[in-house]
Design a binder for this molecule. Structure first.
Ligand code: SF4
Length: 456
């Protein structure tokens, strides 16, 4: 155990002693991306080590932690909304501890706003500091002094934190942190710091540990997984995991188009364990907008990558992210986006309205697009993509897909649900003993949001 973790172990024990004889509870609410979800699993692991239990749905917990996101304006507004509601709960339970962590806290100006308008927050810390939670919590509990730590201090990767995973079948494995790309609309490089890659050795060890725990699928995470750069590059990391780990399935996200190499596309096609799925954020279809976004590829280059992936990876599932209404986006630029969508035929697209992010170049532009224009374009885009998604799902009818059975359907407990290699949701009738297994399912009906199938 390294020195930082040893120190935190001391504070973990101090918190435990402090609350001895009382069963304290915690509740974590996560906003944002898979990286935040994985951070929250580690935060849950730390709470459990300190003797806290996850609170049941209706009870008011002793600790509430919001792990926040600031990538889009509405994620930020949600946090402030929830924080407002907590004020009432804290009036009923004055010893409740309110903790705010994650990207939003790292953003310039947020801490001042919290100190001024949300004085019921007790502990505030930014990214890269979760491992210090036992110290912050113990200091707050023993002194009553508020703990605010959002200044940028070090980018060290801390290995060996306890973790309480959400699923026993699938697991997130971060392989790199931060981003060097500075897309002109994005705050991530400012709040998550520069790119750092985990050692290949630590990643392999973690996956082998997960395999021993019964995990069937890992998703390798990073803001730009394909710029992974440690003992090996990303494509070679996939080959090594294939060789050294008995994991059944490998997924990864998110990839940047500028770093998609032919070697990587070949690796996806050659390694059976790597799912035939590529999530490749396009963001916009106009080369002019892409240049202003600082994405470092053109419309034509993006289409070439997609064509190459389709040619090389059999039955590849394709998904993308698109931002509508970037400053200066004209009707002609937007038509380019629609054209690329039609050309690429994505299985799925995550679509977002552009929102100004403090501190980014795009936020300073005076040619912002009106709300009305953004929403007209957004609706056009969603209508087009939904019809493509439906057609692509209908074209799966009759196929036999390998499905990792993840659990019972949320809406019908008689139905099992899982995902095929292309990451499509597949629902079918079956025995719940199949949960955790990869089975063959024949697709009998393609719908917009899922496929229906029957076990072969
Ligand atoms: S690549 Fe661009 S959009 Fe992705 S995290 Fe980095 S700056 Fe943000």
């Amino acid at each position: 155990m390294n020195e930082t973790l040893l120190q935190q172990q001391i504070y973990t024990d101090k918190v435990k002693n402090f609350t001895l004889g009382q069963q304290k509870t915690y509740k974590i609410q996560t906003f944002g991306c898979q990286m935040n979800e994985n951070d929250s699993e580690k935060i849950a692991g730390l709470f459990e080590e300190m003797g806290y239990l996850e609170s049941s749905d209706n009870a008011i917990p002793d600790i509430v932690l919001f792990n926040t996101c600031c990538v889009r304006e509405n994620a930020e507004q949600k946090v402030f909304g929830h924080l407002g509601v907590l004020k009432k709960q804290k009036e009923q339970k004055s010893d409740m501890v309110i903790i705010l962590s994650g990207c939003m806290m790292q953003q310039a100006g947020t801490l001042d706003q919290i100190k001024k308008s949300y004085r019921h927050a007790d502990i505030v810390y930014g990214t890269n500091k979760s491992h210090l939670l036992p110290l912050y919590l113990y200091t707050y509990l023993s002194t009553g002094d508020k703990q605010f730590f959002t200044e940028e201090t070090g980018q060290e990767i801390i290995e060996g934190l306890p973790i309480k995973r959400e699923s026993s079948i699938k697991a997130y494995v971060p392989i790199m942190f931060g981003c060097n790309n500075y897309c002109s609309y994005c705050v991530v490089p400012y709040v998550r710091g520069r790119e750092r890659s985990r050692s290949t050795h630590d990643i392999i060890n973690e996956i082998n540990y997960l395999v021993n725990q019964g995990v069937k699928e890992v998703t390798l995470l990073g803001q730009n997984v394909n710029s992974y750069n440690s003992e090996v590059d990303f494509a070679d990391l996939l080959y090594l995991i294939d060789k050294l780990c008995d994991i059944k399935r490998i997924r990864f996200m998110t990839s940047h188009p500028k770093d998609i190499s032919l070697k990587l596309i070949k690796a996806i096609s050659e390694i059976d364990k790597v799912c035939n799925h590529l999530h490749l954020p396009m963001q916009a279809g106009s080369t002019k907008v892409l240049r202003e976004m600082n994405r470092k590829y053109s419309k034509e280059q993006y289409i070439d990558i997609i064509n190459n992936a389709k040619k090389t990876i059999p039955n590849v599932g394709l998904s993308t992210d698109i931002i509508v209404g970037f400053p200066g986006e004209s009707d002609i630029d937007f038509d380019d986006t629609l054209e690329v969508i039609s050309t690429c035929q994505f299985d799925f697209a995550y679509t977002f309205l552009y929102s100004k992010r403090r501190g980014t170049k795009a936020a300073l532009r005076d040619d912002q697009i009106s709300k009305e224009d953004k929403s007209i374009r957004f609706n056009k885009l969603v209508t087009l993509q939904n019809s493509i998604t439906l057609q692509k799902n209908i074209s799966c009818e009759g196929n036999i897909e390998k499905v990792l059975v993840e659990g019972l359907s949320k809406t019908n407990k008689a139905v099992l649900t899982g995902r095929d290699e292309a990451n499509k949701i597949v629902n079918f009738i079956g025995d719940k003993q199949l949960i955790g297994q990869i089975i063959n399912v024949k697709i009998i009906k393609g719908k917009t949001w899922h496929l229906e199938g029957e076990i072969v």
